[in-house]
Design a protein around this ligand. Structure first.
Ligand SMILES: [Fe+2]
Length: 244
């Protein structure tokens, strides 16, 4: 028996329906996706280079930081990779897009400024082994000491992204919470790499452990080869299209 010829449009759809990074990361509004990117092991030298007791928002000149200080307790960190002429970048981004988060600003102005490492360390080499400089927009570390927290809030973006933040749990003891409204807690364990959507739902963080919680936040071109491949593998794993 011969199979009936199906319309070309349907035939094309069936044969050409590949995974589209933009559909997965912009349109689906998934709250998170665990990635299998391998940055190696974060040793004591790396951790020491990330440690700081400085509030990361000071560098970004947050306008309402003191007024809203009750919403954040001990949220420290530092900029490792971003716009080289940071003051000019801040001035431009504040003038036009002050409501958008730092990852988003660094994505939007990627072609307007030169970007580079603000601190050279072994850590930069580990990140560059997965993501080359030309695909990086921002690398920031966040250190939340024991007892630190961030109130429920939403972040805003100007480019319709949802899954955008590459989030590496360098030091993450039991008792840490990263909640996403209506979805429970993101199941993060130390060493994990997640792609997180901080734009769609309210979310919050609390360090109920006795140790510092240290993460690396990366904004990058998600079409970068290793990232793209990892997103597609993870998507297939989550949604049941694992090839044998
Ligand atoms: Fe947030």
């Amino acid at each position: 028996m011969t199979k009936d010829k199906i319309p070309k449009l349907l035939d094309d759809a069936i044969k050409q329906n590949t995974h589209d990074i933009d559909v997965i990361t912009r349109h689906l509004k998934l709250p998170w996706l665990k990635l299998d990117l391998d940055f190696g092991v974060w040793d004591d030298t790396d951790i020491n280079s990330m440690m700081t007791s400085d509030d990361w928002r000071t560098k970004w000149k947050f306008p309402n930081r003191l007024k809203n200080s009750y919403q954040v307790k001990n949220w420290n960190g530092k900029l490792l990779f971003g716009p080289e002429n940071f003051d000019d970048f801040l001035e431009l981004s504040k003038a036009s897009e002050h409501r958008h988060d730092e990852d988003s600003k660094c994505r939007i102005y990627r072609e307007k400024f030169n970007y580079g490492w603000h601190e050279e360390s072994l850590l930069s080499k580990k990140i560059n082994s997965v993501i080359p400089n030309h695909d990086l927009n921002l690398v920031n570390t966040y250190v939340l000491p024991s007892g630190g927290y961030i109130f429920p809030h939403r972040d805003y973006t100007m480019d319709n992204m949802s899954l955008a933040k590459i989030y590496i749990a360098v030091k993450w003891s039991d008792g840490n919470v990263f909640g996403q409204y209506g979805c429970g807690d993101i199941p993060i364990k130390q060493g994990d790499v997640f792609l997180i959507n901080n734009y769609t739902l309210p979310h919050w963080v609390s360090n109920g452990s006795g140790n510092d919680r240290i993460v690396i936040d990366i904004s990058a071109n998600l079409h970068s080869v290793k990232i793209k491949e990892s997103i597609i593998r993870s998507f297939k794993k989550c949604f049941g299209q694992v090839s044998t």
